[in-house]
Ligand binder design. Structure first.
Ligand code: CA
Ligand code: CA
Length: 613
């Protein structure tokens, strides 16, 4: 066991175009993604390579797909290797020519190249892992005051939807206080008008009378079929429609209402067939000047053994989304935290949920319990209501007048947070993607505070790996959003790579590596406040599931960046994996000690080389 790489810490601080939508037949041709500099035209490159230009990749400027008949691709692979070598040599010699006319070779304008893997079905819906038997809730009697309030709200707002009284996540009459606290927002006149959420999933039934009034065709696309309308087609294409209902089911005579029942809802269909990175990258930027929020209730398998991140094109698309989406204010990406807690899974092993660009949402059930499926991690920002304790989320289903009472898993929690974001944006459209994360941190309500999972932070807030900063409180969120001072541009501090070159001792002692950021360094990097901390690691090891990593701040705040996973038998360590933590989020004031951090690398004492000790 030896660490061969090192640790780089990054502290991030406060301070429809359809794109390439042709179907790609990978049976006869190979496909390549190239990033070209501004002076290099794709047609020029196509000619130089004898390749066919397939189109731009989604909304990624300068990124294009090219293809060649399979029999020609061996030469092309060699050519790309040569290009990479040339670029490396140029970088080393400091002579980066290509776009300024100092080179005649058009291939010098290729900044990056990548052969595309065929489409795969690597993403899974985050439906509950086991179906929960239905409930014996009748035993409880409803709270008379809340029932009265519910009736008052319904008559004031004109809500006559048949299952509204079942929608406990909106008004919980049995467990008072265990709901989103949203009715006051509606009574203030904020119901989501002017905001559009795209549910990236397995389709949206635009013929459902509950969704039809809010269906936003311009924001919708079916990447599985290559057609504009994201209609559910497979027998189990119901998940996306149910998520859509949670966000934007209409106030009418069908089923219930969405959290933001006057907002627009788009469907972006990607989960019903294998999809490649080009389409996935295009999907998460689809109509990103018109869709404000992207609600994603899926990810790599939650089996406690998978460690999977979006490919580089998808990562670039997420960055592109926060930089350019919504007229530069940034697309809001909301991700379900994952359902693999029973299998020892953790949302820091999922590159979507641990991205700094996503709001990661775990689950809490109607009794306020932590559902057994809901994953924990240091990247989890908040929780929202979902299935557990004998009930689930009641929402719209596929069909013209069909409702569903068993929607659950973190799949159902994410869209409730997305709906709350839609209300906040409706009240305050100028909020940036980072403002929304701040607002979640500021207004979430800690729950189960005596369960030993909470750490008191120097900022006065509390953080829990199980609950993030707490449960989403929509009323708090929207109230705070109205008067929120917008954050300054994001600033970054990048540490150098730390090369450790030491063996990880067995047992619970672990290996300690220390890195200090001084106040001067923080100031030079323009840092005023602390948001995300990311740690990119390379660790050589014989069994990945044995490794655990803690990041400990001088104030004693511990982020469990990685935990040991019993099912993870991968015979290796970590390769360039970036872990993320929001546990060190620090707003009020800056001092050197709050910004320095130690990382603690240990092997779980119970499992070494697959053997229990
Ligand atoms: Ca309705
Ligand atoms: Ca997971």
């Amino acid at each position: 066991m030896r660490i061969v790489g090192g640790v780089a810490a990054t502290l991030g601080l406060a301070g429809a175009v359809s794109g390439n939508l042709h179907p790609r037949s990978q049976e006869t041709r190979d496909f390549f993604a190239l990033h070209l500099d501004g002076a290099t035209s794709p047609s020029h490159i196509a000619r130089a390579l004898g390749a066919r230009h397939e189109g731009q990749i989604g909304e990624l400027d300068g990124h294009h797909t090219f293809s060649l008949p399979r029999e020609q691709t061996a030469e092309f692979d060699t050519l790309l290797d040569d290009l990479r070598t040339k670029r490396k040599l140029r970088r080393r010699s400091g002579n980066d020519v290509g776009s300024d006319g100092t080179s005649d070779d058009p291939l010098d304008g290729v900044l990056w190249s990548h052969k595309l893997a065929p489409a795969r079905q690597r993403l899974q819906k985050r439906i509950p892992p086991v179906s929960v038997p239905y409930p014996s809730l009748e035993k409880k009697s409803a709270d008379a005051k809340i029932v009265e309030f519910q009736s008052h709200a319904m008559s004031t707002l004109g809500i006559k939807d048949p299952i509204f009284r079942e929608q406990w996540h909106l008004v919980n009459t049995l467990q008072p206080g265990h709901d989103l606290n949203v009715t006051g927002v509606w009574l203030d006149g904020i119901t989501g008008a002017g905001i559009a959420t795209a549910v990236v999933d397995d389709g949206l039934d635009m013929d459902s009378r509950d969704l039809k009034p809010n269906y936003f065709a311009e924001g919708s696309f079916d990447f599985n079929e290559g057609t504009p309308e994201p209609r559910p087609r497979l027998y189990d294409d119901k998940h996306g429609t149910r998520c859509c209902g949670e966000i934007a089911a209409s106030k009418n005579d069908v089923c219930g209402v969405g959290v933001a029942y006057d907002s627009k809802i788009s469907g972006i269909r990607i989960l019903s067939k294998p999809i490649d990175d080009v389409d996935e990258a295009a999907a998460i930027n689809y109509a990103y000047q018109k869709n404000d929020i992207y609600s994603c209730s899926w990810g790599p398998p939650d089996d406690g053994a998978t460690m999977d991140a979006p490919g580089i094109l998808i990562k670039r698309a997420m960055t592109n989304g926060v930089q350019k989406g919504r007229d530069g204010k940034g697309s809001i990406f909301v991700f379900a935290a994952g359902n693999g807690a029973q299998f020892g899974d953790n949302c820091n092993f999922d590159g979507y949920t641990n991205s700094i660009y996503s709001i990661t949402v775990g689950a809490i059930d109607r009794e306020g319990n932590h559902p057994t499926y809901s994953e924990s991690c240091s990247a989890q920002l908040v929780v929202a209501y979902s299935s557990g304790s004998g009930d689930a989320i009641h929402t719209t289903d596929v069909g013209s007048n069909k409702c569903y009472n068993g929607h659950g898993g973190t799949s159902a929690a994410g869209p409730l947070a997305a709906g709350s974001v839609a209300l906040a944006l409706s009240a305050r459209p100028e909020l940036t993607w980072r403002d929304l994360q701040y607002l979640m941190v500021e207004t979430a309500i800690p729950v189960s505070e005596d369960d030993n999972s909470w750490q008191e932070l120097p900022s006065g807030r509390k953080f829990s790996h199980d609950w993030g900063f707490g449960k989403v409180d929509t009323y708090n969120l929207v109230q705070r959003a109205r008067t929120w001072d917008l954050v300054k541009p994001q600033a970054w501090f990048n540490s150098p790579w730390l090369r450790v070159h030491l063996e990880i001792p067995q047992g619970d002692k672990g290996l300690l590596s220390r890195y200090t950021v001084t106040a001067e360094q923080a100031k030079a990097a323009n840092m005023a406040q602390l948001e995300h901390v990311t740690v990119t690691m390379n660790v050589n090891h014989t069994r990945r599931g044995d490794i655990s990593v803690d990041l400990r701040s001088p104030a004693g705040i511990v982020s469990h960046l990685s935990v040991s996973r019993e099912s993870d038998n991968h015979p290796g360590g970590y390769e360039d994996w970036t872990f993320m933590s929001v546990a060190h989020w620090y707003v009020p004031r800056l001092s050197a000690c709050d910004l320095s951090a130690n990382s603690y690398l240990g092997v779980n004492p119970l499992w070494v080389n697959g053997q229990s000790l």
